[in-house]
Ligand binder design. Sequence first.
Ligand SMILES: *Cc1c(COP(=O)(O)O)cnc(C)c1O
Length: 366
Amino acid sequence: MEVTGLLQASFCSPVVGRLVPYVPGEQPKIDKLVKLNANENPYPPSPRVIAAIQMAAQQGLQLYPDPESTALRHAIAAHHGLAAPHVFLGNGSDEVLAHAFFAFFQHGCPLLMPDISYSFYKVYCGLYDIPVEQVPLTLDMRLDVSAYARGEGASVAGVVIANPNAPTGVGLPLQQVEQLLKLHPKRVVLVDEAYVDFGGDSAMPLIAQYPNLLVVHTLSKSRSLAGLRVGFACGQAHLIEALERVKNSFNSYPLDRLAIAGGVAAFEDQAYFEQTRRAVMSSREGLILALEDLGFKVLPSQANFVFARHPQQDAAAIAADLRTRGVLVRHFKQPRIEQYLRISIGTPAQCDELLHALGSVLSGLA
Ligand SMILES: *Cc1c(COP(=O)(O)O)cnc(C)c1O
């Protein structure tokens, strides 16, 4: 909904008119769509998650949830070989990111981030008035760590990256993440690992060694729980304490009872997690080959999506045509990437439908 025209200057805080909100992938209410535009998992959550949520719904909803989400913190800490004071939970990782930007990046100097990355980062900077310094990815869409070095006198507020990056899917080796941490030892380096379970290198093992590392994860992608809204950050206890102060100045209960119960069950069903993430990764490899057969150039992906362009056909035209055929993919009207399509990995049947539709689109445009 376009609200700008309705803003009443006398009612709104002036900053509201200056905000540039994030625009999520559309969630149309049309049946039978092949929905490959929001990087959701094509598989439902583990049956154990559903059972745990049903159970939680039957007992205690009249009571507030545990403000510390203790059970889920312990489950996550155990999964990652950390202690509970190293885990911070939020209502989706977007909320965790919002609190982290508030807690760590308001120093009055620029926050470094790639020019092509998760577009919500810039939105938070607008919300909190954090200056942004965009560091260009290389021509082949890789992150060049040396471009994040700054001279003695230069102040930066910190660094934020997504690894694997969004919307490219390209991963950064752990050694290079470590170089970033060493370049800015006095500032937080936030590594958003929303897609890491699909083949990336996680920085979790570096937490003990680096007091400036914050790693952010979500249950929305690899745990099939985008609808439940659970995200978390891991880091040394002093960073987690700062996040707790912000959270407890905002909302004591970001996770409800159903989310806590479902989240714990998700970490208990390791077998299901392995099975579904492997299915997605294997579909990805098949999809990349099939897209290349159709003439697409596809970036190497360690995520549950691919980023592809067709050297002859316009990406916006392909996306629009696919939509009329009931297939949704994501197109960003943004410099450097406007000729790319971001395509989430579906089930094998959805991948087939996409390829079939793409075949028709391309022969129509040719
Ligand atoms: C999907 C995504 C998120 C948001 O995840 P939620 O937990 O659903 O809020 C954060 N960062 C990146 C890079 C993402 O792609």
